[in-house]
Design a binder for this molecule. Structure first.
Ligand code: ADP
Ligand code: MG
Length: 230
C-alpha cells in the first residue's frame, strides 16, 4: 500500500500587506503526494507556485487548511519542531542555487551536516561522496563563481540530498539554466526518484514538467488539474 507523504487539504493563503484588501493567493488547494512519486506542480508566473512551495517546505504557514507530512500534523507544530521536520524530511533546490559565495563547493555541500552537529572530517568525507554522485568530484575546491550554472545547481542538489531527505522540493530548478544543463538536472532528479526519493518540482515550463510522472496544474491559486477530486 502506498503511503502518503504530503496531504494538503483546503489550503488557503491570503496576503494583506497594507491591511486594507486581503489578496487570495492560494484558494482551496487540495492534493496528495504518495511516497516515491515524482510530481510537477505547473502554472504560469504569479499563479501561487512559490507560495505553495513555501508551505510544503514548512517555511510559511497557510491562512487556513490542513497539512500532513508523513502523517505528522504540520500546522500543529512549533517553530523548533518545524525546523526539525524540515531538516529531517526535505531537501530544497532553488532557481538561483542559494550557494554561499565564499565557501567552496565541498563546504556548501557539507553545510547541512554542520547544522546537524557532525564533526568536520566526517562532514567533508560525506560531502565528497555527494559531489561524486553528481559528477563534480573534480570541482570540490571551486568557489560558486568558478562554476557554471549547471554545476552550481548540481552542487545545490548534492547539498539538498546530503541528509538523505525523503522529499526533494525544487522551485524552478532549471529556470536559470541552458537546455543542456537543465537536461542534466532532470536526469539527476530521475535518478534520485529511482532511488526512492519523492520529488516535487515546481515549474512554469511544460517541457520541464513533462519529466515528472504526474502533473498538478495551478492557475490563479487554484488547482486546475491533478488535485484531489479532479
Ligand atoms: P509564482 O511562484 O507562481 O510566480 P508566487 O507564489 O510567487 O507565484 O506569487 C503568487 C501571487 O502572490 C503573486 O500575485 C504575488 O504578487 C503574490 N505574493 C507572493 N508573495 C507575497 C507577499 N509576501 N505579499 C503579498 N503578495 C505576495
Ligand atoms: Mg515562483
Amino acid at each position: 500500500m502506498a503511503e502518503t507523504l504530503l496531504d494538503l487539504r483546503h489550503i488557503y493563503k491570503t496576503y494583506d500587506p497594507d491591511g486594507k484588501a486581503p489578496v487570495p493567493v492560494l484558494d482551496d488547494v487540495s492534493f496528495r503526494v504518495e511516497m516515491g512519486e515524482y510530481v510537477a506542480v505547473m502554472g504560469p508566473s504569479g499563479s501561487g507556485k512559490s507560495t505553495l512551495m513555501n508551505i510544503i517546505g514548512c517555511l510559511d504557514l497557510p491562512t487556513a487548511g490542513e497539512f500532513y507530512m508523513a502523517d505528522e500534523n504540520v500546522l500543529a507544530k512549533s517553530e523548533a519542531e518545524l525546523s526539525d521536520l524540515r531538516n529531517r524530511m526535505i531537501g530544497f533546490v532553488f532557481q538561483n542555487f542559494n550557494l554561499l559565495p565564499r565557501e567552496t563547493a565541498l563546504e556548501n555541500v557539507a553545510l547541512p551536516l554542520l547544522y546537524a552537529g557532525m564533526g568536520r572530517k566526517e562532514r567533508l568525507e560525506k560531502a565528497r561522496e555527494a559531489l561524486d554522485a553528481v559528477g563534480l568530484n573534480d570541482r570540490a575546491e571551486f568557489l560558486p563563481t568558478q562554476l557554471s550554472g549547471g554545476q552550481k545547481q548540481r552542487v545545490a542538489i548534492a547539498r539538498a540530498m546530503i541528509n538523505r531527505p525523503r522529499l526533494l522540493l525544487a522551485d524552478e530548478p532549471t529556470g536559470a539554466l541552458d537546455t543542456a544543463s537543465g537536461r542534466q538536472v532532470m536526469e539527476l532528479f530521475r535518478e534520485l526518484n529511482r532511488d526512492g526519493v519523492t520529488v516535487v518540482m515546481i515549474t512554469h515550463a511544460p517541457e520541464i514538467a513533462e519529466n515528472a510522472d504526474r502533473i498538478v496544474r495551478i492557475l490563479d491559486g487554484r488547482i486546475a488539474e491533478g488535485g484531489d477530486g479532479k
